[in-house]
Structure formats: structure tokens, C-alpha cells
Design a protein around this ligand. Structure first.
Ligand code: C2E
Ligand code: MG
Ligand code: MG
Ligand code: MG
Length: 289
């Protein structure tokens, strides 16, 4: 009986493995062609200056418009893209699409100071990355400081020397560099001090519990103090309500990003929101973005 049971459970395990592998193969195949089939989309989430509510930039967030699955969020395909070696192609597309959009908005009268894009760990290993970025900025005649590159602590700590060399090269180019999801990784103050950073994004896990958890409020205060010591601009991610906003404003965090201001929006919707906000009798002028 024991033997049969183990054989049955083995068969079950084996079958589910096969189904998983097949599903992965199909997705993998589809993802390999996503860029050439023009299935990637960017959405843009406003970054708002807390002192006066000004829109100072947007973060570009990639989605995959899959013919059957609909709009697939990045968490569901970026790790696979890294595994199968197409992240470089996707990353290059993201940088170009973001720069093109910033230039388009300039022409439409929405002058955004800057746009932020997320880099993946694999992109940090690409020797051609700075040249790719330089070429893209030139193609759209954008000043380098209008492009902000987001990297995470874990990406930097994987190979600190290589990361430092690459960031220095990007800094020489003139782009801004931001450290994303801050507080979730293990970077040291010593490490942060030697990197050419401009901005630090407080991870949304800490922002979420403001008002609910005294420990998280203490952590947020500590992160802000540290950023100030390092001379970095601070951004709070995942700001969802007025109470969080009040706390962050009181602590003099520079910028906020989150559903309280706006969700990530397609380019046209962002332009519409912006125009409504600027219209003379708009209620939105004094409220959230
Ligand atoms: P991230 O860079 O930390 O981006 C913030 C994420 O939080 C986004 O999820 C955004 O939609 C979400 N978010 C914003 N405000 C709120 C809020 O108030 N509440 C909550 N609960 N969530 C909020 P999204 O778009 O699903 O992106 C997830 C992650 O995927 C990003 O985290 C980033 O690490 C990665 N990613 C996105 N676009 C790209 C890309 O072009 N390249 C690479 N390599 N990674 C990307
Ligand atoms: Mg980010
Ligand atoms: Mg983040
Ligand atoms: Mg995050």
C-alpha cells in the first residue's frame, strides 16, 4: 500500500510539474516576441512635491498587453524575462518609450521635470547600458538629468564594486539615480555614502503602517534622517491616505507617490488629469492630483 501511495503521489507531482513546465514554455515563447509585436505598455504614476502639491515627475511602470491574458503586471513577467534573457531588450524598450513620452508631453505643453524608470539586476551587468541611455537621450534631445534610474539595494549589494562603477558612469552621463524600495534590503550606510545617489524611495511597506504601528513610524523617521545626512531627496512610496500624507509632510519628506495622489495612468489619462488640474475652476487644484 505504501508503495502504491508513493507511486501515485509521484505521478501526481510529475503531472503537475509537466503542466507547469508547459505553461511556462508557452508564456516564455509569447514573452520572447512581446517587444517586436509591440505588446508592451507604460503607465505613469505621478510624483508630487509635498510642500506645494506640484507634479515634479512620474515613474514609468511597464505592463504586458497579452492577447489572451489582458494587461499583465510586471511582477508576473519581469522575473521570467530575466530568466530567459529578454530583460535587456525589454529594458531598452522601456527607456526609449519613457524618453519619447517625456518629449511628447513637452510638445503637448505638459512640461514634466523628469521621468523615472526601473532597472533590473541584469541591466546593471550590461556594459553597453550607459551608451544605450546616452544615445536615447540624444535621440529625443532630452537633458540627462530629466531621466531618473531606479535601482534597489539588493541589486547594488550583489556586486558592489561593479554597481559602483556603473552608477558612476551613469552619473557622469548626467542622469539621476534613485534607490528604490529602500529599507527592504541590506545596504550599509558606508555603501550608500560612496555611491553617486540623488534620491531615496521609502518602501511602501513602511508607509502602509503609518498611524497603525509606532515602530514603522520610528523606522520612517530614521530613514528620513539618514537620507538627509546623505544629502538625498526623499520619496514616500505607496501613500494611500490623508493620515499618511500628514505624517510624511510633518516629517518633511520631499515627494509622495501613491494611490492617494493617483494610480499609474496611461499617458493620455495623465495629460487629461493634468489639464483638469490646471483649469481655473477645478476642484482638483487644491486636492489630490
Ligand atoms: P516599484 O518600482 O517599487 O513600483 C511601485 C509599485 O507600487 C507599482 O506596482 C505601483 O503600481 C505600486 N503602487 C503605487 N502606489 C501604490 C499604492 O498607493 N498602494 C499600493 N498598494 N501599491 C502602489 P507595479 O506597477 O505592479 O510594479 C511592481 C514592480 O515591478 C515595481 O516596483 C518594479 O520593481 C517592477 N517594474 C515595473 N516596471 C518595470 C520596468 O520597466 N523594468 C523593471 N526591471 N522592473 C519594473
Ligand atoms: Mg520603482
Ligand atoms: Mg518601489
Ligand atoms: Mg516595490
Amino acid at each position: 500500500a505504501a508503495k502504491r501511495l508513493s507511486r501515485n503521489s509521484f505521478q501526481f507531482f510529475d503531472r503537475s510539474l509537466t503542466e507547469g513546465a508547459l505553461e511556462r514554455l508557452i508564456t516564455e515563447h509569447a514573452l520572447r516576441g512581446a517587444v517586436t509585436r509591440n505588446e508592451l505598455r507604460l503607465q505613469y504614476q505621478p510624483q508630487v512635491r509635498l510642500s506645494d502639491g506640484a507634479l515634479v515627475g512620474v515613474e514609468a511602470l511597464v505592463r504586458w498587453q497579452h492577447p489572451d491574458l489582458g494587461l499583465v503586471p510586471p511582477g508576473q513577467f519581469i522575473p521570467l524575462a530575466e530568466d530567459i534573457g529578454v530583460i535587456s531588450e525589454i529594458g531598452t524598450w522601456v527607456i526609449a518609450a519613457a524618453c519619447q513620452q517625456l518629449a511628447d508631453w513637452d510638445r503637448q505643453g505638459l512640461h514634466l521635470p523628469r521621468i523615472a524608470v526601473n532597472l533590473s539586476a541584469r541591466q546593471l551587468d550590461e556594459v553597453a547600458l550607459p551608451a544605450t541611455i546616452a544615445t536615447t537621450l540624444q535621440a529625443f534631445t532630452l537633458q540627462p538629468e530629466r531621466l531618473e534610474l531606479e535601482v534597489t539595494e539588493s541589486m547594488l549589494m550583489r556586486n558592489p564594486d561593479a554597481a559602483r562603477a556603473l552608477l558612476s558612469e551613469l552619473k557622469r552621463l548626467g542622469t539621476r539615480i534613485s534607490i528604490d524600495d529602500f529599507g527592504t534590503g541590506y545596504s550599509s550606510l558606508a555603501m550608500l555614502r560612496i555611491l553617486p545617489l540623488d534620491q531615496l524611495k521609502i518602501d511602501q511597506s513602511f508607509v502602509r503602517d503609518i498611524g497603525a504601528d509606532d515602530n514603522d513610524e520610528a523606522i520612517v523617521r530614521t530613514i528620513i534622517a539618514m537620507a538627509r545626512t546623505l544629502g538625498l531627496e526623499t520619496v514616500a512610496e505607496g501613500v494611500e491616505d490623508a493620515e499618511q500624507l500628514a505624517f510624511l509632510s510633518h516629517e518633511q519628506v520631499d515627494l509622495g507617490q501613491g494611490y492617494h495622489f493617483a494610480k499609474p495612468l496611461p499617458a493620455d489619462d495623465l495629460l487629461t488629469h493634468w489639464r483638469e488640474r490646471l483649469s481655473p475652476n477645478s476642484a482638483a487644484r487644491t486636492g489630490a492630483f
